[in-house]
Design a protein around this ligand. Structure first.
Ligand code: FAD
Length: 485
């Protein structure tokens, strides 16, 4: 059963007992497996004896909509169309062809539903969209948190340091590890026979058909979205996400701690885009690693010191990976869930704001406009290469992402301008952008989750400093430069 701590009632409307179906509105957890929201909708369908309708939409008017983001999502929708075929549900994929064409569709579907279940994601436009929808929906609506291992509501405060969050996890996470989502929430479930979509709704809002998914490349070129941001280097969809995860765990996890920071190696998992679009679940990743490590939640260590090593009681490589995947990923979800200003300069710690303001008028060695940054047109070859990578591929090596941000701070007229530039470029080009991790990373550049570092320097003050020269001394960056120059 879906844990109550993950479910929030969004309105005070009753269940419509004579409704035709239970509606799952899939918005953030775009996957048919390991998904508490879908599981909750299945529970309702069984309890009320109603068929299940799964509605997944792709609109054109969201910020940074582009060929790259649309293609990744559409590849996921194609997977869903295939997966749900032959299963006891009605899958309703809707692709908006022009702005606001899809307005009213959710209300129309909800108007015939007994209950509506949707996803609870704490970032980007989604919280506002769900809140606004709940006011218009005339039937009980719930949102479900299937984001991480720790339910948001299990933490009562914002954590300003990863160390404190890790210590909190070490105290509180264990019982939640025993409550994982079902790998396939439809498996062996008896649900009433699926029903076709109401013809008046189907006529006004035609559903995507098989042909739309057969030639996604042609479809996206017809949509009013940003065509200058081309398709990324990896394909979307939960099936590809699972394949990427398995390849990483089988072949690269053992060397993760050593290889992750080497710019010329693909040492990390490459999972962030799948995680961002909800095409991959952290519960599934943990289950896969647990199998490889012969681990079970009962083995978790009793140490509660906040230290990284030795808590999971797994190999050092697995512990190092899980620290990124769980501690670092979920501390950002905690921030976005608790603070509406998670993307504003004002949310930085006081010491960071003070030191940045003190040095805001310092002379910059070089100043670049957003267009110059976007075009990778700076004097710094390593920075340009990193920017080229994200522009072309939709991803950037983690270590260089830190350097990339630090240089934008150094080359912007003011720290607030640096923040705007980082948000714009990261969210426009990164397949994994627009995510709580985006704001963790960008704000880390400006001092979030970090401490003051000496010596005090121009522009940075006591914010941690990084330089391309040091990076080039530390790592062999030549192959990376060759590839992305
Ligand atoms: C300026 C800047 C911007 C960033 N923007 C994003 C972003 O838009 N989206 C994004 O997912 N990550 C972002 N990060 C964090 C990190 O760079 C990426 O998560 C990582 O590079 C993704 O590659 P991977 O999936 O192979 O990571 P792996 O090393 O394989 O890690 C596995 C997962 O753990 C999480 N993770 C790893 N490192 C971090 C981290 N430092 N902080 C938070 N979570 C982490 C991610 O979910 C990642 O997919 C940013 C970091 C910086 C410094």
């Amino acid at each position: 059963m879906v844990p109550a701590i993950r479910v929030v009632t969004m309105n005070d409307r009753p269940i419509r007992h004579d409704g035709e179906y239970v509606l799952y509105w899939m918005t953030a957890f775009r996957r048919p497996t390991w998904n508490f929201s879908l599981e909750r909708a299945v529970e309702w369908a069984q309890e009320l004896g109603k068929p299940l309708v799964i509605f997944e939409a792709l609109r054109v008017g969201y910020p940074w909509a582009s060929d790259r983001l649309h293609t990744f999502i559409l590849q996921g929708m194609a997977d869903h169309a295939a997966w749900f075929q032959g299963r006891p549900v009605t899958y309703v994929p809707y692709i908006e062809k022009e702005a606001r064409q899809g307005s009213g569709l959710l209300e129309a579907l909800a108007g015939r539903a007994s209950v509506v279940v949707t996803d609870d994601f704490p970032c980007f436009f989604l919280p506002r969209m769900i809140q606004a929808a709940s006011a218009k929906i005339d039937v009980l609506m719930e949102k479900v948190d299937s984001n991480g291992l720790l339910p948001f509501r299990a933490a009562d405060r914002v954590f300003l340091r990863a160390f404190d969050f890790r210590r909190f996890l070490q105290r509180e996470l264990s019982p939640h590890l025993l409550q994982r989502p079902e790998p396939d929430p439809l498996f062996a479930k008896k649900l009433p026979k699926p029903i076709p979509l109401d013809p008046t709704i189907a006529k006004r809002w035609p559903m995507a058909d098989q042909r739309s998914f057969e030639d996604i490349g042609s479809l996206v070129t017809t949509l009013p979205i940003d065509h200058s941001v081309g398709v990324g280097a990896i394909s979307g969809g939960f099936a590809q996400g699972v394949a990427t995860m398995k390849a990483f765990i089988d072949k690269r996890l053992d060397r993760y701690a050593d290889d992750r920071s080497e710019p010329s190696m693909e040492g990390s998992s490459g999972l962030s885009a799948y995680l961002h679009f909800g095409q991959m679940s952290v519960h599934q990743i943990l289950a896969e690693i647990a199998e490889k490590e012969s681990w079970s939640p009962q083995l978790i260590g009793s140490r509660r010191s906040g230290q990284r090593d030795g808590w999971w009681q797994m190999s050092p490589a697995a512990e190092s990976f899980l620290d990124e995947l769980i501690t670092w990923r979920e501390v950002g979800f905690n921030m976005c869930w608790q603070r509406d200003d998670y993307d504003q300069f004002s949310s930085l710690p006081e010491w960071a704001k003070d030191t940045l303001q003190k040095h805001a008028k310092d002379k910059r060695p070089s100043v670049y406009t957003l267009t110059q940054l976007d075009d990778a047109d700076t004097h710094d070859a390593l920075w340009n290469a990193a920017q080229n990578q994200i522009r072309r591929e939709g991803r950037m090596h983690n270590y260089l992402r830190m350097l990339w941000g630090k240089k934008i701070l150094e080359w912007s007229r003011r720290p607030e301008e640096a923040l705007d530039a980082m948000i714009e470029l990261n969210n426009k080009y990164g397949l994994d952008g627009r995510n709580p991790n985006s704001y963790s990373g960008i704000f880390w550049v400006l001092g979030r989750y970090d401490r003051a570092w000496g010596p005090e320097r121009p522009i940075f003050g006591t914010i941690r400093y990084m330089s391309s020269d040091n990076t080039a001394r530390k790592f062999d960056v030549k192959p990376y430069l060759k590839r992305y120059a």
